[in-house]
Design a protein around this ligand. Structure first.
Ligand code: EPU
Length: 434
């Protein structure tokens, strides 16, 4: 289905169910094709604002966050054709008619701040509210804003909004206090059209950032060091359009891999990058899972009893914070006491209260450290998704728990997982929308 190409905030929602019901106890089996990565799709869509040529992205995941980005790009003046059946989007920002991002969109997801770098670099001005998004602790955009300032932008900080102007950004030496994921993407995109050379030290190196860097090169950007903490960008006068396919979602793949292990199943993940999965596969093996690779196919199943261990969520190639909650479910089924250290966000363990309602034995040492004792039998209960990944975690717990688990507020999950119910059903899970 091709959705309307008109501009405005009018893209429909995926569906309106509020609750997912699971019945645990069925080992998941079968093969599943992994979709495109949300956290790569969003910056890549924003990058289309850097050029007046048409841009096409294939393998687009069909998610609420993508719809928000479509609306935002349209609002800024781009023509956007979204083909949900072909998983493709065509974006043509011949002109940027609007340089003010509307609060009703920006408050819905943090990635909306990603349009700031491209619009500022191309149009010389941008006004945007501070972004919203999942509540995981403090989520400033200082790294981005400081970087824009060092590149010559004047930044006025109003009551909850930023107004930035720079007739032409100037290359600069940037140091990031924290290797922010979206901060690196924003500065990288802005630097492609700046006058002169920009260096970014302490840059983030997530696979999604590497994919964005490669795509920017396809557009004509001159970038070195992508995937390392030191990136160099030589600014160019203009960039071309792109036609590219989005890399596989390592977080979706990781969620299914963990589901296979905790249900005692055997799943083949089709179309995954081995290197991107390494932080997870290393810990899955340590816990007692077997993993086999054949090109971009990954088979995963438990080999016997699961063992307790320690995970530390860190920037890539550390263990992904976005799989920390899902992995906690595995640890409830592992023998002994495990520890989780969340070192990326300062408040991303609140979901443990929900897991406890299912019978998990978890102690919160502080807002960034938890200890989990297992194995503990989980029993169905009513629980609430707090954000995208905690929602996925509770669905996984429901696939293990005896009886019915009802996960409420699943609009969070729809922001990051395409048709999660249909896909788990395909693997034999007893799961449905209510
Ligand atoms: N931080 C700062 N200063 C800044 C920016 C960030 O101190 O100026 C700190 C934050 O306070 C936080 C940490 O850095 O504690 C991580 O923030 P970062 O900016 O790296 O994360 P993000 O860009 O907001 C992206 C993903 C998240 C993912 C994180 C970490 C997108 C759209 N979002 O967020 O994905 O958890 O990186 O890898 O790419 C999700 O998909 O569910 C999700 C939350």
């Amino acid at each position: 289905m091709t959705l309307s190409t008109t501009r405005g905030i009018n893209t429909p929602a995926v569906n309106s169910a509020r609750t997912i019901v699971t019945e645990g106890g069925t080992p998941l089996t079968g093969e599943i094709r992994i979709g495109g990565a949300k956290n790569a799709a969003l910056p890549m869509m924003a990058a289309a604002l850097l050029t007046d040529e048409p841009c096409v992205l294939e393998n687009l995941p069909i998610l609420e966050d993508i719809f928000v980005m479509v609306d935002l790009l349209r609002f800024l003046g781009a023509d956007v054709e979204l083909d949900t059946e072909q998983h493709r989007v065509r974006i043509h920002a011949a002109e940027l008619a609007n340089r003010i991002a509307p609060a009703e969109l920006v408050e819905r997801m943090r990635a909306s701040f990603l349009v700031s770098g491209p619009v500022l670099a191309r149009a010389g001005e941008m006004e945007t509210p501070a972004p919203g998004g999942c509540k995981l602790g403090s989520r400033p955009v200082d790294v981005d804003v400081r970087g824009f300032k060092r590149m010559g932008a004047s930044v006025y900080v109003g009551d909850g909004f930023y107004r930035m102007t720079a007739p032409r950004l100037e290359g600069a030496d940037l140091y990031m206090d924290y290797p922010s994921h979206t901060g690196t993407e924003n500065l990288l995109m802005a630097a492609t059209l700046a006058r002169g050379t920009t260096t970014i030290a302490n840059a983030a190196s997530e696979p999604e950032i590497v994919a964005l860097g490669h795509m920017l090169r396809e557009m004509g950007a001159r970038i070195e060091g992508i995937g390392t903490p030191y990136i160099t960008v030589k600014g160019v006068e203009r960039l071309r359009g792109f036609h590219t396919s989005i890399l596989p979602d390592r977080l979706e793949a990781g969620t299914f891999a963990i589901a296979s292990v905790i249900t005692g199943g055997e799943i083949i993940l089709n179309r995954v990058n081995e290197r991107d999965m390494l932080p997870l596969t290393h810990k899955l093996r340590e816990a007692g899972a077997g993993i086999w690779w054949s090109d971009d196919l990954m088979m995963v199943r438990p080999r016997g009893k699961l063992e307790s261990l320690e995970i530390q969520a860190l920037p890539f190639p550390g263990f992904p914070t976005d799989l920390q909650a899902a992995f906690a479910v595995l640890l409830t089924q592992a023998e002994g006491t495990s520890r989780i250290f969340e070192r990326v966000f300062n408040d991303r363990l609140r979901y443990t209260d929900e897991l406890k309602k299912l019978g998990a034995k978890i102690t919160l040492v502080n807002s960034q450290e938890a200890s989990i004792t297992g194995p503990s039998p989980l029993r169905g209960a009513d629980v609430r998704a707090l954000d995208i990944r905690s929602g996925a975690c509770l669905i996984l717990a429901g696939l293990v728990a005896e009886g019915e688990t009802r996960v409420h507020d699943i609009h969070h999950v729809r922001r990051g997982y395409e048709d999660i119910v249909g896909r788990f059903q395909q693997l034999g899970a007893r799961i449905r929308y209510e």
